[in-house]
Design a binder for this molecule. Structure first.
Ligand SMILES: C[S@@+](CC[C@H](N)C(=O)[O-])C[C@H]1O[C@@H](n2cnc3c(N)ncnc32)[C@H](O)[C@@H]1O
Length: 277
């Protein structure tokens, strides 16, 4: 890996969903890591992956809905690591589950998950991860088979195993997330999780008692049919990665696939839904 990164400091108004959209677009353009700041996001790309037209296809920069300005500079990788460590604060969900980095002190919680998120999404900071953790804490996982779709850092699969799940598949389309999930599974001494790189096309012939998918509205709308076909009788599907306003569309797609909405958690306009078949 190259020693030198280029760091872009983006200032974004309004902050959300601007930062979220910007991160998604930059990810596609080859940026590898993101540190959210009070005014926007700092995004890093390896210098050897960079060219001066790198932002040419980033649509949100031309949008009238957002005002986005940026500066950029060369960053030594060591500085980037420090920057990341400064910005990753541990979180505790419902006093029961801590998600922290190896360099944070241990918490006195029932579940203590150690994550080195590097470039993957899923430190528990995001509303959707937080709510999915809340759903998992309320659900009986003892002896269950589980799919964590869009696993990111693997945090949700790791918690599901800690809660008693005995067979788990964790899948992410992104190579960094795949590699990072394998690392985090080992770091937390999980024994029942298999990590795959890919998407819903890997699910043919598979079946699970519980499916967790924190991705985004459009991917979910596309893949709910496949998830429903992989869900065992009396199964549960947890979905997040979308807003309150998206519920009717998501619910309609679930209905088409014989899934009934049974519970909703909401946080800052983001939602996490539980469906039963
Ligand atoms: C919002 S993050 C969730 C990460 C983690 N599960 C959490 O809750 O913190 C969504 C993840 O889905 C992955 N992803 C996006 N599209 C996907 C697809 N079609 N199939 C599988 N994973 C996908 C992304 O790479 C990303 O890591």
């Amino acid at each position: 890996m190259s020693e030198i990164y280029i760091g872009y400091d983006f200032k974004v108004a309004p902050l959300q969903p601007g930062v979220e959209i910007l991160i998604a677009e930059l990810g596609y353009a080859g940026f590898e890591s993101f540190v959210e700041t009070e005014t926007g996001v700092t995004a890093y790309i390896q210098k050897e992956e960079w060219n001066e037209n790198i932002l040419e296809d980033i649509q949100i920069l031309g949008s009238d809905e957002f005002e986005i300005t940026y500066t950029y500079e060369d960053i030594e990788q060591t500085n980037w690591n420090e920057e990341w460590e400064k910005n990753f604060n541990p979180i505790v969900v419902d006093d029961v589950c801590a998600v922290r980095a190896p360099f944070h002190d241990k918490f006195d919680t029932k579940y203590d998950i150690i994550i080195e998120p590097k470039m993957s999404f899923g430190t528990g900071h995001h509303e959707t991860t937080h709510m999915m953790i809340q759903h998992i804490l309320k659900t009986d996982f003892e002896g269950k088979s589980v799919l964590d779709m869009g696993c990111g850092t693997g945090v949700l699969a790791i918690l599901a195993e800690m809660r008693g799940a005995t067979t788990l598949d964790a899948i992410d389309i992104d190579n960094w997330c795949y590699l990072n999930s394998i690392e985090n599974v080992e770091r937390n001494a999980c024994k029942n999780i298999t990590v795959y790189e890919g998407d819903a096309s890997l699910l043919e012939g598979k079946s699970y008692d519980i499916i967790i998918a924190n991705i985004n509205r459009n991917i979910l709308l596309n893949d709910i049919k496949t998830y429903a076909s992989c869900l065992n009788k009396n199964g549960a599907l947890f979905l997040s990665g979308f807003y309150n306003d998206d519920i009717p569309t998501i619910e309609a797609e679930c209905h088409k696939n014989m899934l009934k909405l049974s519970e909703k958690i909401e946080r800052n306009n983001w939602v996490a839904l539980k469906f039963l078949n």
